[in-house]
Design a protein around this ligand. Structure first.
Ligand SMILES: O=C(O)Cc1cc(O)ccc1O
Ligand SMILES: [Fe+2]
Length: 403
């Protein structure tokens, strides 16, 4: 434990979303002036991980070069995982998923202790749309886990994971290094990265958004100007970390089309001594978010609270927006301050990290969730409505809902 705490204190991060980074766990391990020399420094193997097609325009092109002790390809064949993981979905059609326009709300899940589950087995799909194979769509999962992953790493070939722990920290080892992620922070593990999750506090639960065929980026700020909302420098990526250990029977759990496959190998996949590039995992502390809001009248649309957006080809239309309702002052005059009653062409999945959500006086608990599918009417509950119209003073909310 003491060693683990020490290791956590030593974690160092690189700051800035979208930067091109270089990181060496051992100085002199990165080739200079080229990516793939005949023989790499220290006899390492060069491996490119591409997050966009080779020919994607430069401004959106994402790739990282990993310099590793053994190439990833040296594994036994993939097999369907046994037992299969029946609770994950990657294709959303009427044969795999039920559809209902009914307003849904879930209590917080119990963290399983008997038997204890790790992050992989504790993960289950709540809703989604589209198809991982067609590279257009998303899934929302939740997880409730009570033990660290042991002797295995997870790899999501379907899309990016944006993980929102609600309870219990996550110590995430990735091929680019380690990150410690606390409730109140989020972490993005882009498509294809191998990672393992340890639970330094024991039980952990939270939310996961998965996007197929695109990546998260910061929203444009329009008339807000050059600053505000989430700032690029507050996004933190890991620094190179590796282990050189013989691990007979080490298992790669590979999610492809929502199904899990396994392949064994005799070494740790966390054997990257140095890397450089702009396709990287990152974390973000939501308390760094600088909210904007109305200062005179009317409740603005919640898009102003967008932390990260996953764009589609249609300008201004997101595949998925990650939006928060952080602690903030609501100061409007002669205005119904909670969220208005509405129907929306976008589906809204919400979770609660801590506090009380401003539209729901009762029954929406931290760790719980709600789903309002597209065009399903929703808005404040009656208690919130009555309480709101009967008081004229200024409200401060202390919530941290996410949408
Ligand atoms: O439905 C919800 O609670 C989310 C939401 C919040 C808000 O302030 C405005 C619109 C909206 O959909
Ligand atoms: Fe809504």
């Amino acid at each position: 434990m003491a060693a683990q705490q020490q290791q956590q204190q030593e974690l160092r991060y690189l700051s800035g979303l979208g930067n091109t980074f270089s990181s060496e766990a051992v100085p002199g391990s990165l080739p200079v002036g080229q990516n793939s020399p005949l023989v790499c420094p220290r006899g390492l193997y060069a491996e490119q991980l591409s997050g966009t097609s080779f020919t994607t325009p430069r401004a959106q092109n994402l790739r990282t070069w990993l310099y590793r002790i053994k190439p990833s390809v040296t594994h036994e064949p993939f097999h369907p995982r046994s037992p299969a993981h029946a609770r994950l979905v990657g294709e959303f059609d009427r044969s795999t998923a039920a559809a209902t326009p009914t307003q849904l709300r879930w209590r917080p899940p119990e963290v399983p202790l008997d038997p204890p589950l790790d992050f992989i087995d504790g993960l289950y799909t709540v809703c989604g749309a589209g198809s991982s194979f067609l590279r257009h769509g998303y899934a929302v999962h939740m997880y409730a886990a009570s033990k660290s992953m042991d002797g295995c790493a997870f790899c999501n070939a379907d899309g990016d994971f944006l993980i929102v722990p609600q309870q219990g920290r996550l110590l995430i080892t990735t091929e680019c290094g380690k990150m410690l992620v606390s409730p109140g922070e989020i972490v993005v593990i882009p498509q294809g990265f191998r990672f393992a999750i340890d639970l330094p506090d024991g039980p952990s639960r939270g939310y996961v958004s998965e996007i197929f065929g695109t990546h998260f980026q910061l929203p444009d700020l329009g008339p807000i100007g050059a600053n505000g909302l989430a700032s690029p420098r507050d996004f933190l990526s890991p620094t190179a970390w590796f282990e050189q250990v013989h691990r007979p029977g080490y298992t790669i759990v590979h999610k492809y089309g929502g199904e899990l496959f396994t392949a064994t190998q005799d070494f740790s996949p966390f054997n990257v001594v140095a890397w450089h590039g702009n396709y990287v995992p990152y974390k973000y502390d939501l308390s760094r978010f600088c909210p904007f809001n109305t200062v005179l009248f009317d409740h603005g649309d919640p898009s102003v609270n967008t932390v990260l957006t996953a764009p589609t080809d249609k300008p201004g239309v997101a595949l998925l927006d990650f939006v928060i309702f952080p602690p903030r002052w609501l100061v409007a005059e002669n205005t119904f301050r909670p969220p208005y009653y509405h129907r929306n062409c976008m589906s809204e999945f919400m979770g609660l990290i801590y506090g009380i959500y401003e539209a729901k006086a009762d029954g929406f608990l931290p760790g719980g969730a709600s789903l309002h599918s597209c065009m399903t009417p929703h808005g404040p509950d009656t208690k919130t409505y009555e309480a709101t119209i009967s008081r004229a003073d200024t409200l401060i909310t202390t919530n941290a809902g996410l949408d």
